[in-house]
Design a protein. Structure first.
Lengths: 277, 300
């Protein structure tokens, strides 16, 4: 297993473009800390974002997991191109001739995906922990380590998304087209949602059905955290409205994403096995 | 003698096209084999199948008497298919380190092999800066990293300039002289003739011949003869039982033998007949001539 990871590491780390993208990804992850610096001080209006409660435990896990998940697009480019480049350089052929089995080839890519997701999760954990310790109003151990299921959801979300990218890289064989396909798929899911909502079901059933589509399922894992903010809630309450909060991570959502991951990885393997190179 | 590779009734179809048809042969340790055939005769497809990159339609193959799986066996094989495939953004040494990891061998042989193919002074240049000849030589170095039991080369001199072709041939000869089994696919017959002891001849995916190069045609060779009275010589030879076809071209006679005959004996016989030769050469057909004869016979 370490051998497979080392193989992939040599391929990635010697590629300048990948290296820059990976590094800037982690720089961006830590840039979430910059939010703390958002401060308006215009005469009577004093606004300090860090003091609005977004860095309170355990809310910070939810907030940071939600925001940092957007940066995954950077790694998506790396993953799609690391797969598609094997085809365009024909190095996949040479790898197999040199004695890597097709299973090992897919496994080495999948292990890389897992490593990326794991590294991101650990990174977000550390950054959030530090931010929280500085700004949080609550500092009891029990509160700090509650709500960590958002990080689990974050990890699963990344693994699922990167596996999708991996699969597209193998399917399309060209990085630009694979990324295009990814965007197209997002459009397709929105389109399907529109059709279902318009023609077939009410809002709730539509959400349920859409929960089975890959990108939607990944999106569902971590719901938007803003309505949880006390400031937002107060504002809404003042307008006489009530927000129904359902921000929890559900086990079946994790299961759906894991199922998609399995389908993508197995699909990649099946494609590779079936194709003549 | 141990068998390195045995191929049994291998068939590959691409849609309606049958690229390889019922092909069987085996590769024994210590010989240098050539796979011959015109373009599109199924050479590369056959090699692709045994190297795990092309799926077979039917039949099977076995590495090292079936003692291990194909991808394990490939770690004991060195192979180059068509054009060299490496990571363009990595240097020669980085690329070779990657190959070492895949083949699970140590990295200490890298320098030695780069030296062998004459790339040691360019070892830290990126692969994309290499010329085609250098890329091909790097591919050979990479194939040799594990000191393979068999080296498989598919058109190793394709697209190279004369100097590059010469360098690659010298390297192949050097490797062959060290006792490594070699399987060389080519449509350049003189190339195969120069280095191979055995040949497998393919045409349209079918095997026409496999065996020793000198056993290719049951031929006894031919004489090239010159004398001042060519007609008299021709008439005499045509009556002689040992000769088959007699051709008169470019001022000399080519007479093909039907049975073994010594050049000295022919000279004496002709002299006794009053024919004095000014030119006498006994030759065997070149591989090219034999190959063309064989493929022509089969197509009739």
């Amino acid at each position: 297993m370490t051998r497979l990871l080392q193989i992939e590491f040599i391929k990635l780390w010697n590629n300048r473009a990948s290296k820059i993208l990976i590094l800037s990804y982690f720089v961006l992850l830590s840039s979430i800390a910059l939010v703390a610096a958002v401060k308006f001080d215009i005469g009577p209006i004093k606004f300090h974002l860090a003091e609005q409660g977004i860095f309170n435990f355990p809310y910070i896990w939810h907030f940071n997991a939600f925001i940092t998940a957007f940066f995954k697009l950077f790694l998506a480019i790396v993953i799609v191109s690391m797969m598609a480049n094997e085809y365009s350089n024909k190095t996949i052929k040479q790898n197999l001739i040199d004695g890597l089995s097709k299973k090992e080839f897919i496994l080495s890519k999948f292990l890389t995906v897992i490593s990326f997701a794991l590294a991101s999760t650990v990174f977000v954990f550390v950054v959030s922990l530090i931010l929280g310790l500085i700004y949080s109003d609550f500092n009891e151990i029990g509160i700090i380590f509650s709500g960590l299921e958002f990080l689990l959801a974050f990890f699963v979300k990344l693994v699922g998304f990167f596996s999708f990218c991996l699969f597209l890289g193998i399917l399309v064989k060209r990085s630009a087209f694979a990324l295009g396909f990814l965007i197209l798929w997002q459009v397709f899911e929105t389109f399907v949602r529109g059709i279902i909502r318009w023609r077939f079901f009410d809002g709730e059933t539509t959400d349920f059905v859409m929960g089975f589509f890959p990108l939607n399922a990944m999106w569902n894992l971590i719901k938007e955290p803003f309505s949880r903010l006390s400031a937002v809630q107060t504002a809404v309450n003042q307008m006489g409205e009530e927000i129904v909060l359902n921000y929890h991570v559900h086990w079946y959502e994790i299961l759906i994403v894991l199922a998609w991951t399995a389908i993508f990885i197995y699909g990649s393997y099946a494609l590779l096995k079936k194709r003549d190179l | 003698m141990s068998t390195i590779l045995s191929v049994n009734q291998l068939t590959k179809k691409f849609g309606y096209l049958t690229a390889v048809k019922d092909l069987s042969f085996s590769i024994e340790k210590g010989h240098v084999y050539g796979i011959l055939g015109p373009n599109g005769s199924g050479k590369s497809t056959t090699l692709g199948i045994v190297l795990n990159v092309v799926n077979r339609t039917d039949g099977d193959f076995e590495w090292f008497d079936g003692s291990s799986t194909t991808h394990e066996a490939l770690k004991r094989v060195g192979a180059i298919i068509e054009r060299p495939n490496f990571y363009p953004y990595m240097t020669a040494v980085q690329n070779l380190k990657l190959v070492c990891k895949i083949k699970e061998v140590g990295e200490e042989k890298i320098e030695e092999k780069l030296e062998l193919v004459g790339l040691l002074d360019r070892k830290d240049s990126k692969f994309r800066t290499y010329s085609l000849g250098m890329k091909q030589r790097l591919a050979i170095a990479s194939a040799l990293l594990n000191d393979p039991e068999i080296l498989i080369l598919d058109e190793p001199t394709n697209g190279l300039d004369p100097q590059g072709i010469h360098q690659i041939r010298e390297i192949i000869k050097k490797i062959a002289s060290q006792g490594t089994t070699i399987l060389l696919a080519s449509h350049l017959l003189d190339e195969v003739e120069k280095v191979c002891s055995h040949v497998i001849i393919l045409r349209k995916g079918e095997k026409l011949y496999s065996g020793r190069v000198d056993g290719l045609l049951a031929s006894h060779g031919f004489f090239e003869l010159k004398t001042h009275d060519l007609d008299k010589l021709k008439t005499y030879l045509e009556k002689h039982a040992s000769f088959g076809q007699i051709k008169l071209e470019n001022g000399h006679i080519t007479a093909f033998l039907k049975e073994e005959m010594d050049a000295g004996k022919l000279n004496k016989t002709l002299f006794d007949q009053g024919i004095v030769l000014s030119h006498l050469v006994k030759r065997k057909e070149s591989l090219e001539e034999q190959f063309l004869t064989l493929t022509k016979n089969q197509s009739n």
